[in-house]
Design a protein around this ligand. Sequence first.
Ligand SMILES: [Zn+2]
Length: 294
Amino acid sequence: MPDQLIHDRLQEKSIILMDGATGTELQRRGFELQSPGWSATAIREAPEILLSIHHNYVGAGAEILTTNTFRTHSRNLKETIWANDARQLTIDAVAIARQASNGLAYLAGSIAPLEDCYSPELTPSESELEAEHALMIENLLAAGVDFLLCETQITIREASILATLCQRSRAPFMISFTCGRDGKLLSGESLAEAVKSVMCFGPEAILVNCIPIDEVLPALQEIHKTAPEMVLGAQANTGRLVSNGTWESTEGEYPAVYAEFAMTWKEFGARLIGGCCGTGSQHIKFLNETVCVD
Ligand SMILES: [Zn+2]
């Protein structure tokens, strides 16, 4: 971990560069992401690729590395050969990120929705969410992450339970929402209501992630209206999902275009900037050379 706590680093006014995607980078390097283990399988089957992805992000200037723990809840692993290994896989994923960081980057413990992150209707009951996320948080903190990053949140129920549990853990945490062009979470609930439901628990920042580049600014404006003092952040995709469920690339594929959009997020006041699906170390390097320069 860098010398300063993440909370203190956030008090400074400069941009904090996050990393880019892990899942799509694994694919780009020939590692096939397959159900049911998805990106978690790489911890066992391709740790060297994972290490190299993290390492390239540090080389590109990322100050925050996101651990590859998006799919290491026991619920996600139950149909794999690692059904009982959620804790060990989480610890190993964090260790790989720590090795790549070599003390230069903060380790953000990634926590995803328990079920598919594009299917809010599958969100489990309150008691399941509480029990399973509590275990995940315990595993990440045992593994030694610097803070908790609850990503790709698509329902108020899950995000607010996560915020409660994170606060209870006393670890610093951030909440990142995925919303649509209409300013609503995928559940149909309003982003403003979602922000209200988590801000009272004291997140270090509220972000948006996994949305197209042109949808970031309106979402940040919405969050700012509801929580004017909140530190803001964004990690966008290089494409968008179209109505028939397929993926369509946008100009965000080009690091220079991505950075142009990111500059508008910075000008609006966002402090944490990185990338989500489709972004790679070239995006992060370009952001470092442009958006991170005063
Ligand atoms: Zn994404």
